[in-house]
Design a protein around this ligand. Structure first.
Ligand code: UDP
Length: 330
């Protein structure tokens, strides 16, 4: 496979994937409407003769069709993500996340193109039986709690993907990404590590939601890219859904302490009610741990980055990146 399309290729994960494919000498087409992605994320690729950028939405079926025809493989990453963004823009996020994915699947089926779509650990919802196995029940909160619209939209995407696979023989892989972090992830949509790092670097209070006893397992974006690029070359991956994440759990209050220590910050750690920040519609999960036994049977699965490495990389990014420094001032 030589020619790849990445929907959402200017985003946090998409841009790292584009960079790696270009490093491997592949040709990369990107479609991104820059709604959450940034040109800055792919600025080093723009002069590369094997990199082609189309600033447009995946709701534009015409351009999408032209691009899908050209490539051997499609990575579908374009989506509205982040708890804050989803709560604040529910209509846009539901529509883009379902209709956009449907467009991509339909066209990949029409041209018989291989595709990987990114889903989310959010899909397990309030299920308490960690670690989450891919076959686990989906336990979603009330439709009055806007956060759950994201999990439901992604669940519909998965149903659609399997339906296209069954009815049209679409070769599709679904990956459910667990808390993925690294350089270029913005704090704007609520993700905890960029938020805490920015708060720590600017001397603002580090805002731990609730009592901070809730935990997450964080994985470096470069590890995710490496694993995805192993998965697509295995025939057994197609028609399947896989968890991708780290199994190393950390409580959010300990994460705050670690970030304070690594940044040598004087910031106070403040325990707050998240509904004071988000509009109503927030509901938290206590734990999110992936069961990785399925993916470990298919690829050699190991992580290169610890939680300290991840934080250090995010800190470096926020300290050195010019526009981020501007963000810090704003
Ligand atoms: N969180 C927090 N303070 C913040 C942002 C997030 O304590 O300023 C917590 C949040 O309540 C959750 C965890 O950090 O328990 C991870 O949040 P994020 O939005 O990054 O990911 P998700 O909840 O989707 O796993």
């Amino acid at each position: 496979m030589e020619r790849f399309l990445i929907t959402g290729g200017c985003g946090f994960i998409g841009s790292h994937l584009a960079e790696e494919l270009i490093n491997q000498g592949k040709t990369v087409f990107v479609i991104d409407d820059l709604s959450t992605g940034r040109l800055k994320n792919i600025s080093t690729l723009l002069d590369n003769p094997k990199f082609f950028l189309f600033i447009d939405t995946i709701l534009n079926e015409y351009i999408l069709e032209e691009l899908i025809k050209k490539v051997d493989f499609v990575f579908h990453l374009a989506a509205i993500v982040g708890v804050k963004k989803v709560i604040e823009n529910p209509i846009e996020s539901i529509l883009v996340n379902i209709e956009g994915t449907c467009n991509v699947l339909k066209l990949c089926a029409k041209y018989k193109k291989r595709i990987l779509i990114t889903s989310t650990s959010e899909i397990y919802g309030k299920n308490l039986n960690v670690p989450f196995n891919e076959e686990a029940d989906i336990v979603i909160g009330s439709t009055k709690k806007k956060r759950w619209s994201y999990a439901c939209a992604k669940a519909i995407d998965e149903f659609l993907a399997f339906a296209f696979q069954e009815e049209f023989g679409l070769p599709v892989i679904i990956v459910r990404l667990f808390n993925t972090v690294g350089p270029r992830q913005t704090d704007r949509y609520g993700m905890v590590i960029p938020r805490f790092v920015k708060q720590a670097l600017t001397g603002q209070p580090i805002t731990v939601f609730g009592d901070g006893e809730q935990s997450r397992c964080f994985i470096h974006v470069k590890d995710v890219v490496e694993i995805i690029l192993k998965l697509i070359y295995k025939d057994e991956s197609y028609g399947e859904v896989f968890n991708i994440g780290s199994e190393n759990e950390i409580k959010i209050k300990d994460l705050a302490l670690l970030i304070k220590e690594i940044t040598k910050s004087e910031s106070e750690i403040k325990f707050i009610n998240p509904e004071n920040i988000y509009k109503k519609g927030f509901e938290d999960m206590m734990k999110r741990i992936p069961d990785l036994s399925k993916i470990k049977k298919i690829v050699d699965f190991h992580l290169n980055y610890s939680i300290k490495d991840i934080i250090a990389d995010v800190v470096t990014y926020y300290k050195t990146d010019f526009l981020c420094v501007n963000d810090l001032i704003i």
